[in-house]
Design a protein around this ligand. Structure first.
Ligand code: ADP
Length: 400
């Protein structure tokens, strides 16, 4: 089976042409600057040279048309015709409360995506535009929507309700939704394989640490807590996002800096986090370099980040009533032995003890980095959201 995986952003589009026999990408690519001058597509066939195409791309329909042309191009394409594509799997940010799993796209699903425009203003309109463009160009090819929020719909009310008047939840659906669901779902499934135990018997904490970061408590295969909230701003301090704050800080900044609510929102999303704190960069490699050179604020940003992760791990260990395994994934979780070491060094109380050699060597592969006999396993598991989307899509198509 061949599945096209699409991840449409407001002005960009990432894609992978997946071969489900080998569970790997035959080609992957990125379209940038959709609707802007200088739009371009970068296409990488597996094992081949990258191809860059500059084109006028006024909207997502034009972008997807170009992607489909690239995929079947006689020189650098990987298929002979679009007929070979069995299904399209779309990453969709927000499914609100109606969607608790991946679904075959129909009128009702499109309506649900549209109803969540306000909750995911940058992503949901682009996700829907991608779906409509595919319907126009590949009518008859089934499409599946895979939601970032869906995995967390198993959270119990005590985990998702905020301490504000209940009417606000009823009126506006203000509650915790949780994000990065596709990644947390994928790595927790893989962790069970690495541990050689059924997922349904495991209590796991999944740490997705990248530019955006979140933790999930996964109990017997189901998400019971995620550190992101109503939007992806809550939780850990991130690359440019503040994470948890006393909400009273928002009106205080508005008053003192004489700026609007929207401006504070932008400040907390784009100018805060390790970038705002350090004044150096949102990239953890730059921060580490600056900290090694004696930059106090860069070191402080790293310390706050590590402290935040530990705090959530402790809270989730309590929620789960014990932890069998901790998973590190995404850019930082997969690639920084130092961050993993710093986070784990006070977790002996929950049975964590990592092997320094295994920790140093673990890059880009699924591996258990715990010391032999440690009660709580620590694993590095590279995330693969595209494969998870393709697997969910395959499962749904096979049931049709
Ligand atoms: P996104 O949330 O944008 O998908 P990624 O998961 O790609 O982000 O993670 C990006 C982050 O991972 C960056 O801050 C980067 O500094 C960090 N990172 C990547 N490789 C390393 C590394 N070798 N050491 C430390 N940090 C790394």
């Amino acid at each position: 089976m061949k599945i096209l995986v699409l991840n449409c952003g407001s002005s960009s589009l990432k894609y992978q042409m997946m071969d489900m026999e080998t569970k790997s990408a035959m080609a992957k690519g990125l379209v940038e600057r959709i609707g802007l001058p200088g739009a371009m597509l970068t296409h990488r066939p597996k094992g081949g040279e990258k191809e860059v195409i500059i084109a006028d791309l006024p909207d997502h329909t034009a972008a997807i048309k170009l992607v489909l042309q690239a995929v079947i191009d006689p020189n650098f394409g990987v298929l002979t015709s679009l007929e070979e594509i069995d299904a399209v799997g779309h990453r969709v940010l927000h499914g609100g409360e109606k969607v608790s799993g991946s679904v075959l796209v129909n009128a009702e699903v499109k309506q649900a995506i549209e109803e969540c425009f306000e909750l995911g203003p940058l992503h949901n309109p682009a996700n829907l535009a991608g779906i409509i463009a595919c319907e126009q160009m590949m009518s008859g090819t089934p499409q599946v929507a895979v939601f970032d929020t869906a995995f967390h719909q198993t959270m119990p009310p005590e985990a998702y309700i905020y301490g504000i008047p209940y009417e606000l939840y009823e009126k506006y659906k203000i509650r915790r939704y949780g994000f990065h669901g596709t990644s947390h779902k994928y790595v927790s499934q893989r962790a069970a394989v690495v541990m050689g135990k059924p997922l349904e018997k495991l209590k796991l904490i999944s740490c997705h640490l990248g530019n955006g970061s979140s933790l999930t408590a996964v109990k017997y295969g189901k998400s019971v807590e995620n550190s992101m909230g109503f939007t992806p701003l809550e939780g850990l301090m991130m690359g440019t996002r503040s994470g948890d704050l006393d909400p009273a800080i928002v009106p205080f900044i508005m008053k003192k800096e004489r700026i609007s609510g929207d401006a504070v929102n932008a400040l907390l999303n784009k100018k805060s986090g390790v970038l705002g704190l350090s004044g150096v960069s949102s990239d953890f490699r730059d921060l580490q370099k600056a900290a090694d050179e004696g930059n106090y604020r860069a070191q402080l940003a790293l310390d706050v980040f590590v402290h935040d992760v530990k705090k959530y791990i402790g809270a989730y260990a309590a929620i789960l009533d014990g932890v069998d395994g901790i998973i590190f994934t995404a850019g930082l979780g997969e690639n920084s032995p130092l961050i993993r070491r710093s986070i784990c060094d006070t977790l002996g109380c929950i049975g964590v003890s990592i092997d320094d050699e295994k920790n140093e060597a673990a890059v880009g592969q699924e591996v258990d980095i715990s010391k032999w006999g440690a009660r709580c396993k620590v694993m590095v598991i590279p995330t693969n959201e595209e494969l998870m989307i393709a697997l969910d899509t395959e499962e749904i198509i096979q049931k049709m």
